[in-house]
Design a protein around this ligand. Structure first.
Ligand code: SF4
Length: 281
């Protein structure tokens, strides 16, 4: 069985950058704290914990300590509270997420309502809403638009960086029917666009597809959903233990891709395991 690995598989620019900043902080003599996980991937989280960075669930006395802000960013109230407690902030927010923060703040200053297309439970969306004084509207489904939309005169729409472009565009089309002055900023990041473009071909050119990444990873979920809609023999795995021999029975080719927070080491182990399983069919 042939195995075709997607060119865009694995770490995106923002995750690489956040990890490099995180590992640099460990060279200092100060304890480093982080609220939550640096990215949504268990293998990366293990590596970060092993490097000495401590995951915390709430801010403590920060004197003499560093607070590492994750790739998804953070809201202003947390940053202000951290500074008050004495933490030194080390900001590993992805520049593409920072750009979304800049757009929403500018829109609010101009008196426009901010609409975010994204998952209201995701850290990145919390970080975006946390830049604003007013409440932003969060929409994640073209079939579930809030009734209050018709009262909005002007709005700026941004998109969580890892959302599916087609879904975002269909929501924007619906919003245009309700809001006269609508500005759409397509803030889906470039690595996500490249990955989503590539995954449109892989399922059509291979008998089955393996998508590698954490169950917590939003961008991996999107890759899985797109691939599965094109090829039902799409499987989402986090480690080689999740693979099943039966998936590869009669398959001549398997496409493989990995989410933006999946390390190459994990992908390589899984590819080696797929090779082994397909040889023993
Ligand atoms: S997925 Fe995009 S926005 Fe998120 S960290 Fe990677 S490059 Fe940045």
């Amino acid at each position: 069985m042939k195995i075709k690995l997607a060119k865009s598989a694995g770490f995106c620019f923002g995750v690489k950058r956040a990890l490099s900043i995180a590992l640099k902080t460990t060279r200092s003599s100060f304890p480093v704290h982080m609220l939550g996980d640096i990215v949504h991937n268990e293998d990366v989280v293990k590596e970060i914990n092993a490097s000495g960075i401590k995951k915390i669930t709430k801010l403590r006395d920060g004197k003499g300590k560093m607070l590492l802000v994750r790739a998804h960013g953070s809201c202003n109230t947390i940053l202000k509270s951290a500074l008050k407690r004495g933490y030194t902030i080390v900001d590993a927010t992805c520049p593409m997420v920072k750009e979304i923060h800049r757009i929403v703040k500018q829109a609010e200053n101009l008196g426009r309502r901010v609409i975010i297309i994204g998952d209201k439970h995701h850290d990145e969306v919390h970080g975006i809403t946390g830049q604003l004084k007013q409440k932003a509207l969060i929409i994640d489904n073209p079939g579930r638009l809030p009734a209050s939309l018709s009262k909005i005169r002007s709005a700026t729409v941004v998109v969580q960086s890892t959302q599916n472009l087609e879904k975002a565009l269909s929501i924007v089309e619906k919003l245009k029917e309700k809001i006269f002055d609508l500005e759409f900023c397509n803030t889906i990041c470039k690595p996500t666009k490249i990955k989503q473009e590539e995954i449109k071909h892989i399922p059509l050119n291979n008998d089955c597809v393996i998508v590698i990444g954490s169950r917590k990873s939003a961008n991996t979920k999107r890759l899985y959903e797109i691939s599965r809609s094109l090829n039902p023999k799409t499987y989402w795995v986090q480690s080689q233990e999740n693979l099943k021999k039966s998936w590869f029975k009669g398959m001549r080719s398997a496409g493989v891709t990995a989410g933006a927070s999946t390390p190459d080491a994990t992908t390589n182990k899984i590819i080696a395991a797929i090779k082994k399983l397909s040889r023993s069919r």
